[in-house]
Design a binder for this molecule. Structure first.
Ligand code: AMP
Length: 194
């Protein structure tokens, strides 16, 4: 199974993607986590990455596409994977679709988590206190939201149109367990009423 998670920062994508991957026993590929791991290298590239990420801006498509292609080629992705945080731009989307098509792979489900903007700000601020993520500071949240609306949100429309039967909007403003239940119903093709 290949599952793609969409949703604004703070919608609970990471949590839900991780739970889903665990249940399906396939890898959870979070590009945010992969990039945060890279920051530990403390080389020239990691300093550049850190500046971009701390300011709420996106890292370049070339870097992301290379990260993803290297990860998808590993044996643990052969029976499927959950993508969290990728694709985030039109160019990443084109790259991913080309990669999947050339490997005879098809997307099983697209889960788009939707949530009210006020709740997002509140959630991100409390995550900032718990996880001490610099990019969760209030002034940076705005930049991340703008990037999401300008670069990533338009991809939802693309997927909605191209995969009308596999694209699902999920209400992210519920308990973690309830949201996960909703997602698993979709993944297992059971009746799902939002
Ligand atoms: P996340 O944990 O998904 O919120 O990602 C944290 C940060 O990593 C983002 O604000 C971006 O700076 C960077 N990032 C993660 N995924 C991508 C991506 N697909 N394209 C560009 N930048 C990304």
């Amino acid at each position: 199974m290949i599952i793609i998670f969409f949703g604004p920062p703070g919608a609970g994508k990471g949590t839900q993607a991780s739970l889903t991957a665990k249940t399906l026993k396939i890898p959870h590929l979070s590009t945010g986590d992969i990039l945060r791991d890279k920051l530990l290298d403390q080389d020239t590239l990691s300093i550049k990455l850190k500046n971009l990420m701390d300011s709420g801006n996106l890292v370049s498509d070339d870097i992301l596409n290379e990260i993803i292609v290297n990860r998808l080629k590993l044996p643990d992705c052969q029976s499927g994977f959950v993508l969290d945080g990728y694709p985030r731009t039109m160019s990443q989307k084109i790259f991913l679709i080309d990669f999947l098509e050339s490997h005879d792979l098809s997307i099983s489900k697209i889960i788009d988590l939707v949530i009210d903007e006020k709740i997002i700000i509140h959630r991100i601020k409390s995550r900032s206190n718990i996880e001490n993520r610099l990019d969760d500071r209030e002034e940076i949240i705005k930049t991340r939201m703008v990037k999401y609306i300008e670069e990533t949100k338009p991809l939802s429309n693309y997927f909605k149109t191209k995969y009308p039967n596999d694209y699902h909007i999920v209400d992210g403003d519920k308990d973690i367990e309830k949201i996960q239940e909703d997602i698993l119903k979709i993944v297992k093709n059971e009746d799902f009423q939002p």
